[in-house]
Write a protein of this length. Structure first.
Length: 1123
């Protein structure tokens, strides 16, 4: 019956036609219409019933589920392998015997030639949808093995008759021609593609394990443990595994984004100070160069310009001042002339009055003048005597006595001078030495504060010269001391180690690959000092270990450096000195060193080096801990500063004494020139002038007119002197200003002809320098201003040099660190600050403004928009899978309730859910991630924390070990959370019996329980949500089922399949026809006959009455009656 008259389960796909060509013992073309209610394939054993069942399996099931001749299997899992195969069916295997060698020999209906077979299964849903699935197999030669067999799959819309393929076979299997001919037919390229498309057409596209169950149902053997059977066959592999894989796939770019963001953050940290230091370096470099450049020509021109400005201002001031004076000088001159006329008249009158008195006054003036001259000589004489630390003579005898002592005083002073001169020279030498030591160590301290190495500055600079010239990075040219240090707990041996390893520690290490270029540079250039270097060669995997108690054993090597293993081997070879506490133990060893640094060498050779650079902690070179050396160097610089001050003070005191003796010698020489006391005696002329004045006063006291006239003359004299002084002062000022004006004009004329222009940027810089000295330039102090400007430029140059060196060192260290970590990302890997500094500063800007924000934005976006939703999808998939299991089990149980399992009872699928600890941990981790999702969106630190939570969870999904695999299965496979078993209940829902393993029941009970389980499993997998759980695909094959069951058990089992809506295709002996009749609509009687060239099978429709007659004719009824 075709789908045109469908009466049951409309909309469900069922088998309506089965065609075969040359299939097993069915030779030629056979066409079997199939009733919508199902079909019984019956006949004698070996007639070919299972062959037709296998033909349908070929069209419907994948190879691994086809289970040919499943009725012969001992278990549903096929524990006993049968010999039927597609190749055997295509060749028509019909007999197996032994040859003369007792070897198996199979006889074929279609052997020894090219042949072909085809199977066609037509499915209809009763609503007009019809699909015919065709599988074609052929041998183009005489081969019998499956590997030589060809395959073709076809899908036809509607019906298709296999006889139409005869033309294709006659064309020697020209598949290309066939595809051109059948243009409206699909030809999937593989069995997987064929089954996938067929599944879409007939409702098996979402069936999961249904195909496996359909294959298993053919045999319907023991299903074993019910819990495992339900998990493996009813429950599909949950979508959570695919969701988890998508989640893991999503994490891969997220992890890459995190690595990118972390890398950008670390790069930003390394380069954080580079822009500022680079700007400082550039600015300081420009300032230094500008200061040095300006100190020559530009400064001279700038000062000349300042001079011109000062001259112009001064000339203008003089001009205005002279104009003001000239307006008043005429008036002053008139007053002077009037006062002079008046004075002359009074003088004449007074002179006529008393000529003698005037002569006496003249004598008095001469005496006072002589006294003044003598007083000046005496004051000079007294000063010279005071220099000799002697009392100043006040009379002629004392003068003579001092003069007689002068030769002895002179000799004593010369002797003291001669004695002091060597001491002064020595003190000054000590002062210079102390100052140089202090300046040198202070410079080293400044360098050390910015450096990361204990190596002295000269050696560091020498290495930089080599690196820049050879293009070998500084990191590839370490000094030995930078790679070794004392081990923990061995610090007390550092003084001895510093002495023994001093020279070796300052040896440069050169990679063998750059040996020639370094050698050529060092050999061709003046290195300004000693250069020792060793070439680092390849080393074996075995590193020799130092003997216990030796100096090498107390040293730690930086094994993170590429030269670490090589250097460790060298230390073992060269520094196997046995370490002893005191010199008394030295002779017990061939080569040894004491705690204080005394070394014994072969040949009774002893050495101890206590030079300051070896004993001072501020000069230590081993290791990379600059803090200890910096503290020691700071203490040393403080002490040297004190020494510098004390030596300067001592030298100053001695120099003062020497100068004192020199002044005594000069004073004694000058005193020798004073040969007479009379030239120094200012008391006598002063006494005579005083007496003469008393006489003049007495004369005047007696003459009243004279007194009055003198008073008038004195007033006139006073007025004249005042007028003259005012006039003279003004006239002289005019003259002096005029002279100065002329002089300044001449200077300005000379200056203006010289170059005095400077560039604008130079002028701006020099203006700032000029302002900082806080001294206004004038003609008189221009030389001083020049010196002040030179001093300020020198100071600024020195400061800029220091800033440049510190900024250079910091920038170089940052660049070296970056190149060491990320050479592939470095814009320049030369390590040259001048060459690469700007690029690295720009790189930092690029990282800060673009790379890091973009990386963090991408990280945040991927976490919140990709990763968190993906994790949520996994959790959702798990929840949905659990809900789907419980929902579908509900559908199955609803169907099972409609069928009696035993009298008055129903079978139910029961389950218990018990999430494991792993599941709870997973849910807790997911909850924490989801809870922090919104909070971490715009906070970089919270983003990183969220990523770490995600990464910790992802590690559980990506680890490749047994524990991780078990954890993933516990979390993702929802089926593992459930324990399933069968529960037989009565009408009151009371449990009558529980079933956990079908193997514990009798044969008939087994078959019934298996049937119910299979019906439930298939219903679960094929259930259609739109039809309350009815299967979308209804055809079910049962091969030789219920062989152990009585009629009651068999009927109950068949009713279960019928209740769940399955179309049964049953292969069973004729004796079973009466049992299966109520559950099917058709019977096909299959028979096989032997012919001379082989056995052949045929099939034809038969009524159940005809089958009953056949059953009783064969004695089957009697057998059943006695059973």
């Amino acid at each position: 019956m075709t789908g045109a008259g469908r009466t049951v389960h409309v909309g469900q796909f069922r088998l309506t036609r089965l065609q075969v060509v040359n299939w097993g013992t069915f030779s030629g073309y056979k066409d079997f219409p199939i009733d919508e209610r199902g079909v019984l394939l019956t006949g004698p054993s070996g007639s070919g019933k299972s062959s037709l069942m296998d033909a349908h399996s070929l069209a419907l099931l994948p190879t691994h589920d086809q289970r040919f001749n499943a009725s012969a299997d001992l278990t549903a899992r096929g524990s006993k392998q049968n010999t039927r195969s597609v190749a055997a069916y295509v060749r028509g295997a019909w007999s197996e015997t032994n040859d003369e060698h007792e070897q198996s020999k199979v006889r074929y209906l279609r052997g020894g030639k090219a042949t072909w077979s085809a199977v066609a299964a037509t499915y209809e849903d009763g609503l007009g949808a019809v699909t015919t699935a065709v599988v074609v197999k052929w041998f183009s030669g005489v081969e019998n093995d499956g590997a030589s067999m060809n395959s073709m799959h076809q899908l036809h819309d509607g019906h298709f008759t296999l006889s139409e393929l005869n033309a294709w076979a006659k064309r020697e299997f020209d598949t290309r021609w066939l595809k051109k001919t059948l243009t409206d037919v699909q030809f999937p390229g593989s069995q997987d593609a064929y089954l996938k498309e067929l599944g879409k057409r007939i409702g098996l596209d979402r069936a999961g394990t249904a195909l496996t169950l359909l294959g298993k149902a053919k045999a319907m053997k023991n299903v074993g443990d019910l819990n495992l059977f339900i998990r493996d066959n009813m429950l599909d592999r949950p979508e959570s595994f695919e969701a988890a894989q998508r989640m893991v796939n999503t994490f891969t770019p997220l992890n890459e984004a995190y690595v990118t963001a972390k890398r950008a953050a670390e790069q930003e940290r390394v380069l954080h100070d580079v822009p500022a230091n680079w700007n400082t370096y550039q600015r300081a470099k420009l300032d230094r160069n500008l200061a040095e450049t300006l100190r020559s020509g530009p400064l001279q021109r700038y000062v000349r310009n300042l001079h011109l400005i000062a001259l112009s201002a001064e000339l203008e001031r003089i001009r205005q001042f002279v104009e003001a004076l000239e307006s008043t000088v005429e008036e002053l001159d008139s007053r002077r002339a009037a006062a002079q006329t008046k004075l002359i008249g009074l003088e004449g009158e007074l002179q006529n009055k008393n000529k003698t008195l005037r002569e006496m006054e003249q004598d008095q003036k001469q005496l006072l003048k002589d006294s003044g001259i003598a007083k000046e000589r005496f004051d000079r004489y007294a000063g010279l005597v005071t220099r000799l630390d002697l009392p100043v003579p006040q009379e002629e005898a004392a003068f003579a006595g001092l003069r007689s002592r002068l030769p002895d005083v002179l000799e004593s002073a010369r002797r003291n001078k001669a004695e002091l001169e060597p001491d002064v020279l020595e003190a000054m030498a000590k002062q210079v030495e102390a100052r140089n030591k202090h300046d040198e160590r202070e410079a080293e301290l400044i360098r050390l504060r910015a450096a990361k190495t204990l190596i002295p500055g000269q050696l560091v600079a020498r290495r930089e010269t080599i690196s820049q010239a050879t293009k070998v990075s500084i990191s590839a040219l370490p000094y030995v001391a930078e790679l070794i240090d004392l081990r923990d707990g061995e610090e007390r041996w550092r003084p001895a180690a510093e002495k023994v390893l001093r020279n070796y520690g300052m040896r440069l290490l050169v990679p063998e690959s750059r040996k020639l270029v370094v050698q050529r540079f060092i050999d061709a250039n003046d290195m300004r000092g000693l250069v020792e270097y060793s070439v680092v060669t390849a080393v074996s995997a075995h590193t020799p270990q130092p003997a216990r108690g030796t100096l090498a054993a107390k040293l730690a090597v930086d094994h993170n450096h590429p030269y670490g293993r090589w250097l460790a081997g060298q230390l073992v070879k060269q520094f196997d000195h046995v370490c002893v506490e005191s010199a008394a133990e030295l002779d017990d060893h061939k080569i040894a060193v004491t705690l204080n640094g005394t070394v014994k060498l072969p040949g009774n050779h002893y050495r101890k080096d206590d030079r300051a650079e070896l004993t001072s902690r501020s000069s230590y070179i081993l290791g990379a801990n600059t803090a200890a050396k910096r503290r020691a160097l700071e203490e040393e610089v403080t002490k040297l500063a004190q020494d510098k001050e004390s030596t300067a003070s001592a030298a100053g005191r001695l120099n003062d004494r020497l100068e004192h003796e020199r002044r005594r010698i000069a004073a004694a020489d000058a005193l020798a020139e004073f040969v007479s006391w009379s030239v120094l005696d200012h008391w006598r002329p002063n006494h005579d002038a005083r007496e003469l004045g008393e006489r003049i006063a007495a004369i005047r006291a007696d003459d009243v007119d004279l007194r009055r006239l003198e008073e008038q003359r004195d007033r006139a004299q006073e007025e004249f002197e005042t007028a003259f002084t005012n006039w003279k002062t003004t006239a002289d000022r005019i003259e002096s200003e005029s002279i100065r004006q002329t002089e300044l004009a001449d200077v300005r004329h000379a200056e203006i002809d010289l170059t005095h222009a400077v560039e604008d940027d130079e002028r701006t810089y020099l203006d700032d320098v000029y302002a900082s000295i806080e001294t206004l330039a004038t003609h008189e102090n221009i030389a001083t201003v020049r010196k002040l400007l030179e001093r300020e430029l020198s100071t600024r140059g020195s400061k800029a040099k220091s800033e440049q060196e510190v900024a250079y060192e910091k920038t170089r260290n940052a660049i070296a660190k970056f190149i060491e970590e990320w050479r592939d990302s470095a814009p320049d890997d030369s390590g040259d600050v001048d060459q690469a500094g700007a690029d690295f500063a720009q790189l930092h800007t690029e990282i800060v403004t673009r790379r890091l924000p973009e990386a963090m934005h991408r990280l945040q976006h991927m976490i919140s928009e990709d990763m968190v939703p993906s994790i949520a999808q996994v959790q959702r998939a798990i929840d949905v899978a659990a809900q789907e299991i419980e929902k579908r089990v509900g559908w199955v149980n609803a169907g099972l309730r409609r069928v009696e399992f035993n009298d008055g009872t129903r079978l139910q699928i029961a389950y218990a859910a018990n999430p494991s600890t792993d599941v709870k941990e997973f849910q807790s981790a997911v909850d924490e991630i989801l809870r922090n999702s919104a909070n971490s969106r715009n906070d970089p630190e919270k983003q990183v924390a969220q990523f770490k939570r995600v990464k910790a969870l992802m590690s559980r999904f990506t680890k490749d070990d047994t524990a991780a695999d078990r954890w993933r299965r516990n979390v993702l496979d929802v089926r593992n959370r459930y324990t399933f078993y069968g529960r037989e209940i009565d009408a009151d829902e009371v449990t009558v019996h529980t079933y956990r393993n079908t193997a514990t029941n009798s044969g008939g009970e087994q078959e019934k329980l298996v049937a119910f389980c299979l019906a439930a499993a298939l219903s679960y997998n094929l259930a259609d949500p739109e039809t309350d759980g009815r299967p979308r695909f209804g055809t079910l094959m049962l091969d030789e089922a219920f062989s152990k069951s009585d009629e009651n058990f068999s009927a109950q089992a068949l009713s279960a399949f019928d209740e769940f809506g399955f179309q049964l295709v049953i292969a069973a002996p004729i004796r079973m026809s009466g049992i299966v009749e109520p559950y099917i609509g058709q019977a096909i009687l299959v028979e096989k006959r032997d012919y001379p060239d082989g056995a052949r099978s045929t099939g034809k429709s038969a009524t159940f009455g005809e089958l009953a007659d056949r059953r009783f004719a064969d004695g089957d009824g009697e057998i059943r009656a006695t059973a």
